[in-house]
Design a protein around this ligand. Structure first.
Ligand code: ISE
Length: 337
């Protein structure tokens, strides 16, 4: 790696992988995609051709290549942990889409290796930490503008999901964003979580619960509720209200022209997360690249990925037991403090 250009390898060239290849090529000045891998060879070859990169026969070969300075993992969920561990062992910077792993144990192994390497190497794909609205809310909380935060009301509504969606994904792929952003906003960890049984939508089918209502209590006693609609919502709509002792903060809708017509005022909401959060994805990769060049990553860490996995596990358990479940984490290693 020279001081200005990071040669990136992207593992997984599906929907989000392709988007990231595009932004690493055309938005982030300090990165160039030089290598790609996908388990569907044809897909990787096509991306490689379009972006003048090399298509690798396996993720492991890509990670081991001397031509690759840093790796982006956007492959299927169950493969994340293996690729991340390999990057950490080789002291290579890695960006991983959520979830970090399928089990908390795998995250613990990652933290042990990263700690041994002595510096942060991983940034989690929690893009909302770079969304202007959430950043403004965080600053307002930290400046004491609403006094002590007491609770958060939030909603995560989707119009549709990709084929093969399962009810657990409402936690591990969808609410995982609220799991992360709420503890980031409040700067606290969770004590206990619960999934409440709520009336089901007419669009619910089979084992796929829709909607789901998730409750969180932080160590300092704040409460968070997250309504998750995974299918059939009126728009892709993300709501978040922080209630403090002296006021409230509301996440703004994405910028859109307000229309006044037929005695009504209206503005459009989007239909998909990729457009709703496009700016935050750009920003998270700009910050990732800057972090690598300064050896000082600032986005969500392996600890944050671990915290979200432990919390997801407790939520899944609660859905089964119907009871609140404790969130139990190991001690935080020095490099994440
Ligand atoms: C997707 O992976 C996301 O990250 C979105 O934020 C979420 O709304 C969507 O349901 C997920 O599939």
């Amino acid at each position: 790696m020279d001081n200005h250009l990071i040669r990136v390898g992207v593992i997984g060239c599906g929907a989000i992988g392709k988007e990231h290849v595009e932004r690493l090529t055309n938005v982030v000045a300090q990165t160039k995609v030089v290598a790609v891998y996908d388990y569907v060879e044809k897909v990787a070859d096509e991306v490689a051709q379009n972006y003048d990169a090399k298509s690798f026969a396996s993720g492991e070969e890509l990670i081991a290549s001397d031509d690759v300075d840093a790796v982006v993992v956007c492959s299927t969920d169950e493969t994340h942990a293996g690729y991340v561990v390999e990057c950490l062992k080789q002291n290579k910077y890695v960006f991983c889409e959520k979830p970090l792993a399928l089990t908390a144990k795998e995250c613990e192994e990652m933290m042990a290796i990263e700690s041994k390497q002595g510096h942060r190497l991983l940034q989690m794909g929690f893009n909302r930490r770079f969304d202007k609205g959430y950043v403004e809310m965080k600053n307002a909380i930290e400046d004491g503008e609403i006094g002590a935060p007491l609770m958060i009301h939030s909603a995560h509504r989707n119009i549709a999901q990709a084929a093969g969606f399962q009810t657990d994904y409402a936690i591990t792929r969808v609410a995982i964003h609220e799991i992360d952003i709420s503890r980031w906003l409040l700067n606290d960890e969770y004590e206990e979580v619960q999934v409440l049984k709520v009336k089901q939508s007419k669009r619910t089918s089979g084992d796929w619960l829709n909607p789901q209502l998730m409750m969180f209590t932080t160590k300092s006693g704040q409460h968070i509720d997250v309504e998750v609609q995974t299918d059939g919502a009126y728009a892709y709509d993300i709501r978040c209200q922080v209630v403090g002792e002296d006021g409230t903060l509301d996440l703004p809708d994405p910028a859109a022209v307000t229309k006044r017509k037929n005695q009504q005022v209206s503005y459009g909401l989007g239909d998909h997360w990729a457009s709703r959060f496009a700016d935050s994805y750009d920003e998270e990769f700009i910050e990732w690249a800057t972090g690598i060049l300064n050896d000082q990553l600032v986005g969500a860490s392996t600890w944050d990925g671990y915290a979200s996995c432990v919390t997801s596990d407790a939520l899944i358990q609660s859905r089964k037991t119907g009871q609140p479940e404790k969130v139990t984490m190991i001690e935080q290693a020095e490099i994440y403090k």
